[in-house]
Design a protein around this ligand. Sequence first.
Ligand code: SAM
Length: 281
Amino acid sequence: MASAIHPEPGLYVTATPIGNLADMTYRAVEILKKADLILCEDTRQTAKLMSAYGIDTPRTPYHEHNAAKVRPGILKKLQDGAVIALVSDAGTPLISDPGYKLVREARDEGIAVFPVPGANAGIAALSASGAPSDRFLFAGFLPVKPGARAKALSEMTAVDATLVFYETAPRLAGALQAMAEAFGERRAVVARELTKLHEEFREGTLPDLAAAYAEAPAKGEIVILVFPPEAQEAGEGDIDAFLADALATMSVKEAAAAAADALSVPRKAAYARALALKDAK
Ligand code: SAM
């Protein structure tokens, strides 16, 4: 591990806050202060962070439009022993942000690459959402075109993990609708404006969330978490609650069929439970 006090030469992949400026780590501040150069996705955006932390290290842009052109020069500086930090506008570089080719080529050339970990919107969302967190697939941004988006989602239907997507506010309702078409009634969480003033977590089924955001569009930055297929398995309490409602207006057979369809439970088991509830009355 490289010390923050006297950084070894190399490339430091440095996370910055995703909203709340106080989410900067001590080590990230040290590295940015002591680096010879900071590579920024947008130098104006990084200027705000630097002024908040009294950092006056030289900055230069590194983004998708100039990366191929400037990368050889950066690699040369690194070969010559420079300490260079890579930051993006928010969160962890390379995670739906520039930097992959630089890290890859630096490693290919035997240059030391150090992570300086910190904020990440997907992990922040997952950690506080209540969605199953033991296994997850970071899916990043979906394709924009509806056909490509539907295809991408159809390839994830069997993934036995929470799915983590990045999305923009204007595309939120459409994305949720496409997810409802691909994943049905699965539960999901829309995590919005994390670490900011209007932070919000909203949980519901995909069709309900799609309808809600179609009616009242959201603003801000968004992570969508879709629960894994097995997390949908209804527990006894869910089945009983559904049957109790259904039995108020339906026969035992109809209520059991409705429960089996809605909760994806075996018809026979739903029928036995419906009978027991009816008898208990
Ligand atoms: N590298 C960043 C990270 O580590 O999370 C992600 C950069 S990506 C270009 C931007 C997307 O991240 C946004 O469209 C949104 O989906 C998500 N995002 C970033 N900040 C967020 C926040 N404060 N709340 C919710 N989502 C956020």
